[in-house]
Design a protein around this ligand. Structure first.
Ligand SMILES: [Zn+2]
Length: 318
């Protein structure tokens, strides 16, 4: 059910243990180490669930709610709309995104990011997600090519895309380097690759440790710092164009919520379960107040000095 992971870049077992944790979000079985490879700095979750078992760690994510309604909520949510717009802005700092450009979003999930690219810039979109139910509920069905599968096995044409994006995706794959090599194959010469992943060097990660919002073991199989992400991209045949910290407004509030849920053994659904949720109201109000009065201004300052929990690398195919 579990396997020991090797460093994909160096082909050896990672040797420096950083911490031991478990599935804090949903309480699924297993104990996982975050191990750093001294050869290349990549941080790897090991042992990790074997690929055939990883689905059970994703199963509780949407709490059994219909994916179509989650997709609609996202399309209308001010927070998600802000994230989509911000990603578009970051991408356009490396060059324009214009009507008719071919864009592939790997790990495109419910299609909310692609919906923004299509609505605002008129791109020709393709999304790829490994989960058939998620792909079936995609917001861009009918407006983009919605594919289901893994980029390593997907039957996509070579040199077909101007831009390939991986938002919150590369940390979930078993073979990040091979995934970027596959992204390189489908990019046109000089095409752009956009990778957004958590930044393990975030100051809030040092504060919260295993409760940090982006730890998310075991679904996060790799954990990147800025140097290690760049190393993986360069080893796959890309040259970095821009590498920035991404504004991440609720980093410490979300980490506080994970610490609170773990300490009180509370499921996410219990926090919104009507009258049963009332014992949690004081803590939720306190975390909410912190989010607005503390987290947002602190994160804005951290973003200005380039030290948030999310990083975006834009690179060109060499
Ligand atoms: Zn290594």
């Amino acid at each position: 059910m579990f396997e020991d992971a090797l460093c994909e870049l160096c082909g050896r077992a990672p040797d420096e243990r950083l911490l031991t944790t478990r599935d804090l979000a949903w309480g699924q079985p297993g104990q996982f180490n975050l191990m750093r490879c001294r050869g290349c700095g990549l941080i790897i979750t090991t042992p990790r669930p074997v690929p055939a078992e990883i689905g059970r760690y994703y199963a509780p994510w949407y709490d059994g709610r219909p994916l179509e309604s989650i997709a609609r909520e996202r399309a209308e949510s001010p927070l998600y709309r802000f994230i989509h717009w911000m990603r578009l802005r970051v991408l356009e700092r490396s060059g324009p995104l214009t009507a008719g450009m071919n864009v592939l979003d790997v790990g495109g999930g419910l299609g909310d990011q692609m919906a923004c690219f299509i609505a605002r810039r008129g791109v020709r979109g393709t999304t790829l997600d490994f989960d058939p139910a998620t792909a079936a509920a995609s917001l861009v069905r009918g407006r983009a090519a919605v594919c289901c599968g893994d980029l390593l096995e997907a039957d996509l044409p070579a040199e077909a895309f101007d831009v390939v994006t991986l938002y919150e995706t590369l940390e979930h794959v078993y073979r990040p380097r091979a995934t970027l090599v596959a992204a390189r194959r489908v990019l046109k010469p000089g095409g752009r690759l956009v990778i957004e992943v958590p930044d393990f060097d975030s100051p809030w990660r040092r504060v919260f440790g295993r409760y940090w919002f982006a730890m998310m073991t075991p679904t996060h199989l790799h954990h990147f710092t800025k140097p290690s992400l760049r190393r993986v991209a360069e080893s796959a045949g890309f040259a970095a164009v821009r590498h920035v910290a991404t504004f991440c407004p609720l980093e410490s509030a979300m980490s506080l919520l994970i610490a609170y849920r773990t300490a009180t053994r509370t499921r996410e659904a219990d926090l919104t379960a009507g009258w049963n949720a009332w014992p949690h109201v004081p803590a939720l109000l306190a975390i909410g107040a912190w989010a607005v009065c503390g987290d947002v201004p602190i994160q804005a300052a951290m973003w200005l000095v380039g030290r948030t929990g999310i990083q975006t690398l834009i690179a060109r195919k060499k």
